[in-house]
Design a protein around this ligand. Sequence first.
Ligand code: FAD
Ligand code: SF4
Length: 472
Amino acid sequence: MKREPVKVKESEAKERINSFAEVVEGYTEQEALIEAQRCLQCKNPACISGCPVGIDIKKFIFQITQKDYADAYFTIRQKNNFPSICGRICPAEYQCRKACVLTKKDSPFASEQAILIHYLERFVGDYGIRHNLKISIESAGRLNRHKVAVVGSGPAGLCCAGELARRGVKVEVFEGLHKTGGVLRYGIPPFRLPRDILDVEIDYLKNLGVGIVSNFIVGNMKSLHELQKEGYSSIFLGLGAGTPSFLGVTGENLCNIYSANEFLTRVNLMSAYQFPESHTPVNIGKRIIVVGGGNTAMDAARCALRLQKMNGTPCDTTVVYRRTEIEMPARRLEIEHAKEEGVRFKFLVQPEGFQGDERGFVTKMQCLQCALGEPDSSGRRRPVPLKGSDFELDCDVAIIAIGLKANQVLTRVTPQLVVDSHGDITVNPLTMETSIKGIFAGGDIVGGEGTVIEAMGMAKKASEAIIQSLVA
Ligand code: FAD
Ligand code: SF4
């Protein structure tokens, strides 16, 4: 008998916009069991090929059906250090779920019938946290003579640090910000990733002996060469893609036009939603426009709308995107959640400039209507602006969320480090070693903006190569 997917419980849209509390509740044991039993246990499990780190999905789902939750946890942990995080934020509809045999062929993302693998992963990850399950530490042997520096505490840095520490290597993580987590902390809002989940994972690393030095910008306060002279045998760079892109149109420097990075950092890292208890405010307008179609745009829009609601301002937040909904790179779930919460969408609209008032504050965005043309290099149909279709949208806050580029603070002062035309670090794809011997890199600083699981996959590969170099 064909069973319907088990829907996960979510808080009501009109309630959830009053706070930054988590929206998706996650499966109960009973729900996880029923969803796991839908899995066909395929002879050739296509889902595994869709997972960037190759989790044995078929096996961990089977272990759930047997109520072997601890075993399921260790199956996932063999490949993925942070199942509770990935179970919440992985774009499964483009990865494992899209590859699941229950997805219709040629579908641009997972069909509804595909097994809800990420919710099962989250269930198992949360079980592991609740039951304090720990990965065993391998005997240190000769490795504890070595110390390794990790620069950046995003998912790439944290994953690399965890893998090395678990093998007995002494690890020190250097982070430029005052808090650890990278985008997981300053970009992704708590209503998608509660901070206690992140804190548990970071505490776990500290318990493994990983040292964390925050407020320390490598390249500014110490060079890579100085770190090497201090005795770090290897260095891993997980610098991320923290530099925002802008539209390059007139009026973009008017007041109340934010990059999504600044806006989200103010809200999520500096807790602007708790102002004045927190010290960092953010300007919330009556009409907010968010430009872009990715996860960053969805996060910015959903934060902005919540801030309007919590401020008692009528909710008026609009996402403006050059293509149509189908081409939006954001997770489908975030698009649905944004719509449910009251975020409006204007598709096929290209920003052309901004106008402001006599005080220099933005008042309008000038736009052109577009049509879809031929596919571009990304495979998505190109937006073609239509002549004479100019129009204006009123706004008193605009948030630009059109992509992020390499963080170049360190690479600019390290000319020996070879970078490509985008400023991303060039590595040997087999080892993740950079042009400088003993220095490795991974995550968004290699190959540009990606996903959390991809960043962790690269970090894991680098950690293996670092171990090999230490034992050689
Ligand atoms: P980052 O997370 O950017 O971390 C890099 C860290 O390095 C930062 O903390 C930075 O301060 C530090 N650093 C940089 N230079 C230095 C230096 N010189 N010295 C010391 N420290 C330094 N992916 C998903 O899979 N699912 C999602 O739902 C999702 N949503 C997203 C939402 C937003 C708003 C954004 C911006 C991204 C999202 N992503 C999502 C992408 C994902 O977060 C990134 O791919 C991932 O965080 C990359 O990890 P990273 O460790 O390479 O870099
Ligand atoms: Fe189960 Fe889908 Fe993987 Fe088959 S492809 S084993 S049905 S999750």
